[in-house]
Design a protein around this ligand. Sequence first.
Ligand SMILES: Cc1cc2nc3c(=O)[nH]c(=O)nc-3n(C[C@H](O)[C@H](O)[C@H](O)COP(=O)(O)O)c2cc1C
Length: 368
Amino acid sequence: MADLTTDLLGLRLRNPVLPAAGPPGRDGAALLACAAGGAGGLVSKTISTRAAVPPIPNMADIGGNDMVNTELWSELPPEQWLETEYALARTADLPLIVSLGYTADEIAELAPRVAPFADAVELSTHYIGDDPEPMTGAIRAAKAVLKVPVLVKLSPHGRDMGEAARAAADAGADGIVAINSFGPVLSIDIETAMPRLGGPNGYGWISGPALKPLAVRCVRDIARAVPLPVIGVGGIGRGTDAVEMLMVGATAVGVCTAAILRGPATFGKIAAELSTWLDEHGYASVGDIVGKALTKAWPGGPLPAPVVNNEACNACGICVTACVYGAIHVVDGRIALDGEKCTRCGLCVTRCRLAAIDWPPLQVASAG
Ligand SMILES: Cc1cc2nc3c(=O)[nH]c(=O)nc-3n(C[C@H](O)[C@H](O)[C@H](O)COP(=O)(O)O)c2cc1C
């Protein structure tokens, strides 16, 4: 069995699958459920200097395992966390990362108070905009009072993630968490013509599988920009999602939406799937795949056409339908690919469910 244990800034995780800050860690009891569900460590819901009062309703399933939400930070007052919830979470005996928001002043007030409970602190930058100064100010405020590692969580809104990560590193951050949910977005219930979320305009933030390619891009940008550990968050719901995130340089992954929709056992399930994938692919430990995709890119210039393996093919025809260039046909019950018409778009290779169409062996280049 592959070794899933992971070192994150000196914290020993039994596996790299963590709750991302949000409802899965909404209080001490919920964090214990994450631990029982197999999480490798714990991340608590963001708290700030006062309890949040979010619009209602504030979470909606929009299909495809995606969600929109307009939750804010914790609706529990910080005093309750300090008196009860963190101590309860610590009884799980897993590393606890405490999420704090938002401004330097708020962090300066909260950080010393959570210090007795936190193995590391994660700073949310969700509501502080694109200017790096509020983020760097928050990091400096945390570093001034904390001995434990300070991670900063980046939102993806239009930012150059590498630049944001470099600013965070220069301000003293020990690690990066990326990404937060993306928005603002809008989802309408067509039966009522109402926004699915409350608040003045029904806007929210999208999370779940739709976010994953954005998150993977951001994590790779960050991992290439700074030598800090990254917790990759966004659309992780299966072991193979975790593999992808680790390959672009994440040390661990965070899961929020999948754990909301499918419950806290999701953490252990993703970890088990990750373990199986590593075993099946001959990797001895999770660290063996971290960063494997950091520098890979397709070669420039012309490519040979994909090749059909008719032994593996069942002639289902989804490649024929999806070939917008009319280059794939069924001839005598077998798939035939016309290399003249084929533009090398690659869709058929990714569309085939049986891996029966593939590129011939290619020379892999380095990403720019
Ligand atoms: C309902 C909800 C509440 C969230 N609350 C927080 C929060 O308090 N602090 C934070 O940093 N991120 C929060 N997030 C963002 C998640 O931690 C995560 O970054 C994002 O949802 C993407 O991951 P996912 O696709 O696994 O959900 C929240 C997400 C959701 C869906």
